[in-house]
Design a protein around this ligand. Structure first.
Ligand code: PLP
Length: 348
């Protein structure tokens, strides 16, 4: 096969525009050859359980899946009854970017809450945590938060703990969409379990793709009592891969060493560099805190269009002209400086 793309081109659209980390590709080569049991009866999936237990505690179990939407839907489905509903921010990926998978595949109702910064608080959750026992209302059964959030912000361990305590008092489960959990841990400078297991989280979508895997995430059950038939549901949700060794080997490569942390720290550092470069340019408005690997910005008129001749990046809010610039494990300081210089040149 001939290479069909420019392997030196890097954009700021999403951390999943990046390819796979070379250490992940090497792990796949190691995992290849010979026969291994299918559907998770393989040595790499067994090793993944140990690696996940090291990070999240001996009680934690990992359920590899194909993608983040699958991890979220499966996690939530497993902790909710048929009549259950999920309280989430109105910017949550499960609400804005998963089509209607939570509703149609998961059969879940989402009870959304507007937030200033993508983060739920107990006060915000309370606006939807009502109607218990009322057959006319979908029954709130889980709270779902994203760490780091879709707006590039972070929950502290205390903030997660407050949500977990409230959820548990109400008989709800707390789910974390951790598509970018590594970026959160790197930014908080804390072990993964400090703001998950130790903060009362029940079930986690553990991200891999955005941090250098080809593809693959895992549902991680942190409270064994929260597992409502994950094994069966994973198959029903079409997230059970037969050659699971290759998803598990990638996750092992990421989380067995410090690769997850190195890559996330790097992506965060590139976002910090991008922010400080853009902030120095008059007329450019950086709109949100840069706590992980995303920078949100409004460029002066015409600048975004000019930049798009060279780089891809997403509009976050077309109405306000706010763009989202994401950095990934392979973003280089040169990439960042080139973009900043291009913005400066456009404005000059
Ligand atoms: C916050 C968040 N959750 C989950 C996902 C995973 O989605 P996918 O189904 O594309 O792997 C994404 C990807 O954009 C995301 O940003």
């Amino acid at each position: 096969m001939n290479r069909l793309h420019d392997a030196d081109r890097r954009d700021f659209a999403s951390d999943n525009y990046a390819g796979a980390h070379p250490e992940v590709l090497a792990a796949l080569v190691e995992a290849n050859g010979g026969h291994q049991g299918a559907y998770g009866a393989d040595d790499y999936t067994a090793r993944l359980q140990e690696v996940v237990a090291d990070h999240f505690g001996a009680q934690a179990t990992a359920w590899p899946v194909f993608n983040g939407t699958g991890a979220n839907v499966l996690s939530l489905q497993s902790v909710l009854p048929r009549w259950g509903a999920v309280i989430c921010a109105d910017t949550a990926h499960i609400h804005t970017d998963e089509n209607a998978a939570p509703e149609r595949v998961g059969g879940l109702k989402l009870l959304t809450v507007p937030t200033p910064d993508g983060k739920l608080t107990p006060e915000l959750v309370a606006t939807q945590a009502w109607g218990f026992g009322d057959e006319h209302r979908a029954q709130p059964g889980a709270v779902s938060i994203t760490q780091s959030t879709e707006l590039g912000t972070l929950y502290s361990p205390d903030e997660v703990r407050a949500l977990a305590d409230q959820a548990h008092e109400l008989g709800l489960r707390l789910h974390v969409d951790g598509a970018r959990i590594a970026n959160a841990a790197a930014a908080l400078d804390l072990p993964l379990r400090a703001f998950t297991t130790d903060a009362g989280v029940d079930v986690l979508s553990l991200g891999g793709t955005k941090n250098g895997l080809l593809y693959g995430e895992a549902v991680v059950v942190l409270d064994p009592a929260a597992d409502g038939g994950l094994g069966y549901l994973r198959k029903m949700d079409m997230q059970l891969t037969s050659k699971m060794r290759f998803v598990s080997a990638q996750l092992v490569a990421l989380f067995e060493s410090d690769l997850w942390l190195r890559s996330a720290r790097h992506a965060n550092a590139m976002a910090a560099r991008l922010r400080s470069g853009l902030e120095g340019l008059p007329g450019v408005v950086v709109t949100r805190p840069t706590q992980a690997n995303g920078v949100f910005v409004v460029f002066p008129a015409g600048v975004a269009e000019a930049l798009r001749r060279r780089w891809r990046f997403y509009d976050w809010d077309v109405a306000t002209g706010e763009a989202r610039l994401m950095c990934s494990f392979d973003t280089t300081p040169g990439d960042v400086d080139e973009l900043v210089a291009a913005v400066a040149a456009e404005m000059a």
